[in-house]
Design a protein around this ligand. Structure first.
Ligand SMILES: CCCCCCCCC/C=C/C(=O)SCCNC(=O)CCNC(=O)[C@H](O)C(C)(C)COP(=O)(O)OP(=O)(O)OC[C@H]1O[C@@H](n2cnc3c(N)ncnc32)[C@H](O)[C@@H]1OP(=O)(O)O
Length: 294
């Protein structure tokens, strides 16, 4: 029998909770998921109350169903830890924060898996955008499409200087960023900039992202984590309830909007992605990615 999303979450949480602390861990640091082959690496520093979640799916941290599920389970677990107050989201592969959704999930898909994939992304987005934790994205590399979306769900974004780009570039693939991707962008950079960025599929350099407010700071790659940790201390100086209620007031209506239209959004996504013309566009984009190497 297929398990409901929440049943799967519960099953995963108990599995996560049983993970052990490796011998090398500082005593104040609990590792929820530390095996080298884990798709997300999560640890919680009990002294500071700050968790770090690292995407760990080489080569480009693209988000498939399993990564999205693992992230959702890990975040749920962190949020139920009463001493956890903040989370830094980053990547274990400097140079690539996240290449966005795994295009292979959308190319020649099986409908059941495609539905589950989209529902899991919706759930993760709702949890991240409405998280009670203070969240900071330490964007240590490229961050297109779904990677940009993930960072936009955080409260603050710090990006590494260099040749890296960030943006909602869906139109370049011949697909369309759904309304809740758009809402997240509008809430961050405003309506006019979102109109321009999303229609053109703009991938911003760090400098341009900083100019339009898509990121909050641009620092040298080796300073990204330490800047994130410093910034987190400022967010944690604010009483949690006041910060959380303020966030809820500002972001709640956007989260509710998706919650109210979630099933229709899944149907719309499946209908759209399985169209012949869209499949063709995805095929061309995948070929273009492969050609780039030659
Ligand atoms: C109306 C509303 C309805 C709903 C409408 C539907 C809405 C859908 C919303 C979609 C959101 C998305 O996130 S769509 C995903 C958008 N993502 C992107 O455009 C990023 C594409 N990737 C890149 O640009 C680059 O890979 C980049 C991340 C910069 C890293 O460059 P590098 O040179 O380091 O690495 P590459 O050689 O390019 O990539 C290494 C390998 O990973 C693969 N790869 C790279 N990105 C990948 C990805 N996202 N998914 C799968 N595979 C990927 C490459 O093909 C290579 O495979 P091999 O050749 O086999 O080794």
């Amino acid at each position: 029998m297929a398990l409901s999303f929440s049943a799967k979450l519960m099953r995963g949480v108990s599995r996560c909770a049983a993970l052990v602390t490796p011998k090398t861990a500082p005593t104040s640091c609990r590792y929820f998921s530390s095996a080298e082959n884990s798709r997300v690496l999560v640890n919680l520093n009990d002294k500071t109350g700050v968790a770090t979640m690292q995407l760990n799916r080489p080569p480009v941290n693209s988000l498939n169903l399993e990564v999205l599920t693992d992230m959702t389970i890990a975040l749920d677990k962190l949020q139920t830890e009463k001493d956890c107050r903040g989370m830094i989201l980053t990547s274990s592969s400097p140079g690539i924060f996240c290449a966005g959704l795994d295009i292979m999930e959308m190319y020649n898909p099986q409908e059941d898996r495609l539905r589950e994939f989209w529902r899991t992304l919706q759930e993760l987005w709702k949890m991240m955008y409405g998280s009670r934790l203070a969240t900071i994205a330490a964007i240590n590399g490229h961050s297109p499409a779904g990677g940009c979306l993930l960072s936009l769900t955080c409260d603050y974004r710090i990006m590494a200087q260099g040749k890296f780009t960030i943006g909602l570039n869906e139109t370049l693939l011949g697909i369309v960023a759904p309304f809740w991707f758009q809402d997240t962008m509008v809430n961050t950079v405003g309506h006019r900039e979102t109109e321009r960025a999303l229609q053109l599929g703009l991938l911003y350099s760090g400098e341009n992202a900083l100019k339009v407010g898509l990121i909050d700071e641009l620092v040298s790659p080796e300073k990204v984590m330490e800047t994130a940790e410093g910034q987190m201390q400022m967010w944690l100086k604010i009483p949690d309830f006041a910060r959380q209620l303020t966030k809820e007031q500002l972001r709640g209506p956007t989260v509710q909007k998706l919650a109210q239209h979630q099933e229709a959004d899944i149907d719309h996504f499946v209908n759209f992605i399985t169209k012949k013309a869209i499949q063709k566009s995805l095929e061309m984009y995948l070929n273009m990615l492969k050609q780039k190497k030659k």
